[in-house]
Design a protein around this ligand. Structure first.
Ligand code: C2E
Ligand code: CA
Ligand code: CA
Length: 710
């Protein structure tokens, strides 16, 4: 604590002897020579006063009769000075005194009188007692000084604290309030002291009676109490958010001290964060979450009113092209422009949001007929489908809109959103720049899609999916490299369904993510199960769809599965199609480097079929190229396809990548590939996708001669 500690006096006190006669001083010095006191002698009143001012004198033995300034005069002057006012004086006098003179002595401030000749014992005794008194007085003075300064310190702390501090007695009355609290309450210290604390507590949970309050109950138990989201009601009626804490003062004081912390800044920040969480940073419109909230509260309201509304789901046509060719900054600019356009063309109370990417939604309230929504959709398509100027370049956009009307297309947030999304998808399919209503009667396709989606959902739940495994074999040695996992849907009625049929649907409905996780687990577990048969070099290749590849949590999901099932990352290969890689180059680069950091192998699937330039290959971290089946099946008859295949193989050698030929069906194709130094093959020549049970019987090394006709 910052209190200046006052030092106590030193123990050897100064004893001042004043006498004009030298022999008396000598005698006195001799008499007191063995005493513990520091004896000083002077021979005049003036010298005595000087010594008193210079030193901290504990007691003065003062001769009465002295020339120039007698003892009475010295005493009078001493009493006039604050520094010596209380210093005790014993008068020494040789002559027989009248009572008058003794009284005069006392009147000038003597505390005692001793007549010469005196008894040395008595003198010593008197000196002792008086010095003791003096010491006590001094200590008292010191204590009182310390007390004053402590009090001033405490008062200044309370006075200057930034937090509000009140002391409340057991009746709930404010006994003390500091200036900060008075300011928070918009009142004066005098005006607030003596009033009940409950007058200023706004919080709804606080009862109207003090004795029922948690403050009082905690105080009774001698416990502190904290209330983090309280509010104070100021004298002027304003409400101020605060955090309160009360703690009991020592029992005897029968009161508690309550601290109030102003939370307005913190709460404002919080509110800001909340609104940010519901806002799309790019366009300032609501985001997906904000839109869902708005829709939810609108539904609750409409349920009671019986009114109708519509949701428009708008997806830009041609946005990806702009984003890819002009870059993200230009893409962002387009999205902002479209956001502004939409906002300016809707009514102020229509809710508008960006769902992410190039998808926008609008909630149109208070519609008379569903056709009203159609007119608005038409207008929006017209507005968006014009030339936009971005970075000095003209770009053309389009929009497709799906409409879901309430209550016909659903009564829940999810149902309505899904219906609008599906209708939008239909609009796109119908050739873009169109709008489509969703309703089961108007849209038979959507309905069957819905049914298929429903049965896909069921299939996931009922485990109707299985993985089959197609072997990958080194061309030269015939050794097994690993297996590619291929998905099959064992439909209870339709039999096995090929992935080309249902994977696009899984992607559209985002169900691929749920299934994707299942595939990771199954495939990784299978690779662990092969260990006793094929060792710990065998690789399992898993296909990752473009939608999955775009998901930020892909790497985390894989890492978790690998860790949980205990597979070495090098035994897992992820196959991504060329077109998935080209969707968004920044995401791709980020995703690939994370996959690389995880330690899994990365293969480009269907290589050669995409529109990618070879330039990007240099920038991506890859392990494997898979030559598309199309080229393999044609290469022996078409020199052009043969050129493509051998070029890809050379490319693999040059970049240090493994090359896998897919769809190898004949031994001639195998021989050709080996001749052209291709590493690995996969295809019906060796095996189709095998059920799990059959994989164990696949040889760890095959004998190519078996495939030749004798
Ligand atoms: P893909 O990744 O190119 O898979 C290879 C396809 O070629 C498989 O068809 C396989 O059965 C077939 N194939 C292999 N060797 C030969 C051959 O010698 N001749 C012929 N004619 N075909 C051969 P499948 O199983 O029908 O898979 C089709 C596509 O579905 C796959 O193409 C892949 O893109 C996707 N797919 C399969 N399983 C999964 C999966 O688990 N997840 C994801 N996201 N996609 C999968
Ligand atoms: Ca594949
Ligand atoms: Ca492929």
């Amino acid at each position: 604590m910052a209190l200046a500690q006052l030092k106590p006096q030193s123990s050897d006190q100064i004893l001042l002897v004043v006498d004009d006669r030298e022999e008396n001083l000598v005698a006195m010095e001799a008499l007191l020579s063995d005493s513990p006191w520091d004896v000083r002698t002077v021979n005049s009143g003036e010298a005595a006063l000087q010594c008193l001012l210079d030193n901290n004198v504990g007691l003065v033995l003062l001769d009465v009769q002295m020339p120039h300034m007698d003892g009475f005069e010295v005493a009078r002057l001493m009493r006039g000075n604050p520094a010596t006012r209380y210093t005790p004086i014993i008068f020494l006098s040789a002559i027989a005194h009248t009572e008058d003179s003794v009284l005069r002595g006392y009147a000038t401030g003597a505390v005692d009188f001793i007549l010469k000749p005196f008894d040395p014992q008595v003198l010593r005794h008197k000196i002792n007692v008086l010095l003791e008194h003096e010491r006590n007085r001094h200590e008292l003075q010191l204590l009182s000084k310390q007390l004053d300064s402590a009090r001033a310190f405490n008062a200044s702390v309370l006075e200057n604290a930034a937090e509000g501090i009140v002391v409340v007695n057991e009746e709930g009355t404010i006994n003390f309030v500091n200036p900060a609290m008075a300011r928070m309450l918009n009142g004066t210290v005098a005006g607030i002291e003596g009033t009940p604390i409950l007058d200023y507590l706004e919080t709804s949970g606080i009862p109207t009676s003090w004795k029922d309050s948690e403050f009082y109950k905690h105080w009774l138990r001698g416990e502190a109490y904290r209330l983090h989201d309280a509010s104070l009601r100021a004298v002027s009626g304003q409400v101020l958010p605060v955090a309160l804490s009360s703690s009991p003062l020592p029992r005897l004081q029968r009161s508690m001290v309550i601290l109030a912390l102003d939370m307005s800044v913190v709460r404002n920040l919080y509110a800001q964060l909340e609104s940010q969480a519901a806002t799309d940073a790019l366009t300032g419109l609501l985001n997906r979450r904000g839109f869902h909230q708005a829709l939810e509260s609108n539904l609750a309201r409409l349920d009671r009113s019986g009114k109708r509304m519509a949701i428009l789901y708008l997806d830009l046509d041609g946005f990806k092209r702009i984003n890819d060719s002009l870059g993200h900054a230009a893409g962002d600019q387009v999205l902002r422009q479209v956001g502004d356009l939409l906002r300016s063309s809707l009514r102020p109370y229509d809710v508008l949001a960006r769902m992410g990417g190039d998808e926008f939604t609008a909630l149109l309230d208070g519609l008379e007929h569903p056709e009203d929504a159609a007119r608005i959709a038409e207008k929006l398509i017209e507005l968006v489908s014009v030339r936009h100027r971005v970075d000095g370049m003209d770009v053309t956009l389009g929009a497709s809109i799906g409409i879901a009307s309430y209550p016909e297309c659903g009564r829940s947030v999810d149902g309505l959103m899904r219906a609008a999304d599906m209708a939008m998808y239909e609009a796109k399919r119908a050739g873009r720049q169109q709008y489509r209503f969703f309703s089961p009667e108007m849209n038979g396709r959507a309905r069957s899609r819905l049914m298929l989606e429903e049965s896909l959902r069921n299939a996931i739940e009922q485990d109707d999916f299985v993985l089959v495994y197609q072997p990958q074999v080194y061309l030269e040695t015939g050794k097994l490299r690993g297996f590619e996992a291929l998905l099959r849907w064992e439909h209870p009625v339709s039999g096995t369904i090929a992935p080309n049929v249902f994977i696009p649907l899984l992607e559209e409905t985002r169900l691929i993510n749920r299934l994707g996780d299942w595939i990771f687990r199954r495939g990784v577990q299978q690779c662990c199960d092969w260990r006793p048969t094929f060792g710990d070099q065998v690789v399992v290749s898993l296909n990752v769809s473009p939608v999955q590849f775009g998901m930020p949590q892909l790497v985390e999901d894989l890492r978790r599965v690998l860790l949980e099932l205990g597979l070495h990352p090098r035994q897992l290969e992820v196959e991504v199609t060329e077109s998935a890689l080209m969707q968004d180059l920044d995401t791709t680069r980020e995703q690939l480097s994370q996959l690389r950091a995880l330690g899994v192998k990365i293969a480009i699937d269907d290589f050669g079929t995409g529109y990618s330039s070879l330039a990007y290959l240099r920038h991506f971290e890859l392990d494997t190229l898979k030559i598309d089946r199309l080229f393999i099946s044609n290469m022996l008859s078409s020199p052009k396809d043969a050129a493509v295949v051998s070029t890809i193989i050379d490319l693999g050698w040059n970049l240090g990548l493994e090359v896998i030929a897919e769809g190898v069906e004949t031994i001639e194709q195998r021989d050709w590939l080996l001749e052209h130094r291709c590493h690995i093959m996969q295809g019906f020549l060796v095996a189709k996708g095998l059920p799990v049970a059959e994989t164990a019987h696949f040889p760890a090394q095959i004998d190519w001669d078996v495939y030749r006709k004798p």
